[in-house]
Design a protein around this ligand. Sequence first.
Ligand code: TYC
Length: 117
Amino acid sequence: MAQNKPPITPIRQPKLSDGSSATVLERKTEKVKPPQMYQVVLLNDDYTPMEFVVMVLQEFFSKDLETATQIMLKVHVEGRGVCGVYSKDVATTKVEQVLEAAHKAGHPLKCVSEPAP
Ligand code: TYC
């Protein structure tokens, strides 16, 4: 794929010892910050079955059974837990998917996204 190179700009025009001059060109690479990433967080409640939360973690966050169970138990004990870190759009979509699945199943499971530290 063709790369868009930043423009070449003359930065110095030193006089050489023979009296002539030279132009020094420099290609400055623009520094762009990596985009802010977002973590999707599951919140604990007293009613959503543990099995449903494990299923959500497997289905929407591609966790294996052991990892999904660990995250679910962490949420159960600590009140919240990170399911994954994504771009803003993907994190938003994950939250929507989880909330829709929970709503359809009649569970009050809550899920939010927030800027990753
Ligand atoms: N606390 C729930 C229970 O005892 C289980 C649960 C875990 C609910 C994680 C939500 O995000 C959650 N059935």
